[in-house]
Design a protein around this ligand. Sequence first.
Ligand SMILES: [Zn+2]
Length: 269
Amino acid sequence: MYLADYHTHSRVSPDAAFSMADMAAAAVAAGLDEICFTDHFEPVEWGTDRPRQTFDWAALTAEYADVTNRLGGSIGLKLGLELGDAPMDFANTERLMAEAPELDFVIGSEHMLSGRYHWQDLSIVQEDSESDCRAEIADYLEQVLRMAVWGKFNVLGHLTLPLRYMNEKRGFHATFDGFEAEVSDIFRALIQNGCGIEVNTNRGNTPLPDEKWLRLYRSLGGEIVTLGSDAHRLQHIGCAIREGQALLHECGFERFCTFEQRKPVWHAL
Ligand SMILES: [Zn+2]
């Protein structure tokens, strides 16, 4: 089976520390055929709601040129981006993205709650109860729908991200059950815009999204799907990609995607 990790963070991201060259070497060691680097980019300054004026695209292209020179013959390499929180400022997102280098792949991700929650990052919100969790999930899904309707990316990142923080970090037992209509609207908008979703293997924890939502996406005609570990450390590169492929197959998918110049390349499952 073709093995590709399509969600990884290098030191170009403010929350990761490794060079792309070290990551590519780790990907070779993990038996991967391909790795796509998807560093963070947002229309606001990291950790704030202040509009970003510029983005250091040169740092990204220099890092990618270095890994291409050193390891381009050993493994497939692709330059991507995790475009976070576009709904905070679509116009600024489009202005900054117009200056980006040629990219193979863009993940569209939502990491923040809306202005009603003062754009708090999902990783740091402090809920008091499961009903707070549900209100936040409803707010989050509204933001995701806005992004899906906008549609200027290739796959939606980690659809069920709030559950990572609510359950793994804060000990709740939250689910997306009851939000089937909202999630279906998101999937329909993505499909209509030619976008897909990712199976974020979540470094070996519960996949984001998991089986129920993958089956729903498939039942609505969704086909475009990538797999990514969301590695911010070398030891997580390639983590649970094989298991994610098996899960997709169980859910009725016969193929998955990598990307080249923003176009899907299909691989059998
Ligand atoms: Zn993310």
